[in-house]
Design a protein around this ligand. Structure first.
Ligand code: SF4
Length: 273
């Protein structure tokens, strides 16, 4: 299972700047579709935009059938811990640290009673390890005191936990509790603007604009697949346009090399986990 991100206005660790690429959000369940007459970014009709966006998503679904979050976890607690550690750190680095960490601290009680110096040492490679240690110990204590050691599956309780902001709570809900959500990180925002799905810059507006193009049930996988495409093909500086599976529907085709041989060399079709 996977990788997660959080809202830049909502840092995971108090006093710690948010990850630059991290401001995840979950769409409100009752978000209405955008009005039919609203102008589209590309000037096409709204119906044409929806059709084009869904064609692109179908293609991405074939390309990345098993796209998933790239933080490794097997339980909501592990996801919560990994997400806290991922602030200002790569998923790859977090995934190197968590196997030993999860074995040493298998439940909330273990974090609650952790020896600070020992925990700090284990998570040191993820950076900001003192602040993160505070969060993990506080998290363990709060889970034991208020929730019988379990991670609650609702936003109201999650955001009251130490080190857990709204973004992290939404990550948990979307990836550990199956509540559909759109995760807008820098990859996602960059791609959907290149795709011509929206011109919005604000993550919440992006989330609403893109959410209106797809059925709610697709939101979580859509987020993963778009982000995977951004990490592997549609890079920020040199997108591999000449080797891109959705090029025929992309109004930004040509932002990167269109020559297939040149573009092929830019692909990074490996796991980032
Ligand atoms: S055609 Fe180019 S800009 Fe468009 S999605 Fe593909 S790589 Fe990105």
């Amino acid at each position: 299972m996977g990788r997660i991100v959080g809202a830049s206005s909502d840092p995971v660790i108090p006093g710690l700047p948010p990850r630059e690429d991290a401001y995840p959000v979950t769409m409100p369940r009752d978000t209405p579709d955008a009005p039919a007459q609203e102008p589209t970014p590309t000037g096409e009709s709204r119906t044409a935009l929806v059709r084009r966006a869904r064609k692109m998503y179908r293609e991405l679904s074939e390309l990345y059938p098993d796209a998933h979050a790239e933080l490794n976890f097997t339980t909501p607690l592990e996801l919560l811990v990994a997400t806290i550690l991922s602030a200002q750190c790569t998923d790859k680095r977090v995934n190197q640290v968590t196997p030993a960490l999860f074995a040493r601290y298998p439940d909330a009680e273990a974090y609650a009673s952790a020896v600070r110096e020992e925990l700090e040492e284990m998570i040191r490679p993820t950076g900001f390890f003192r602040a993160k240690t505070n969060s993990l110990i506080g998290l363990g204590q709060a889970l034991c005191e208020r929730h019988g050691g379990e991670v609650p599956g609702n936003l109201a309780d999650l955001v009251k936990l130490p080190g857990v902001g709204r973004k992290t709570a939404n990550v948990l809900l979307g990836n550990a509790f199956d509540v559909p959500g759109i995760t807008v990180d820098t990859h996602f925002g960059r791609l959907v603007r290149r795709f011509g799905w929206t011109t919005e810059e604000d993550p919440v507006k992006v989330e609403h604009a893109v959410g209106a193009l797809f059925p709610r049930k697709d939101w979580t996988m859509l987020s993963h697949r778009v982000v995977w495409h951004g990490r592997r093909v549609c890079h920020a500086r040199r997108p591999a346009c000449g080797a891109c599976a959705v090029a025929r529907w992309c109004p930004s085709f040509g932002e990167g090399p269109t020559d297939p041989e040149t573009a092929e060399k830019l692909l990074r079709m490996r796991s980032f986990a």
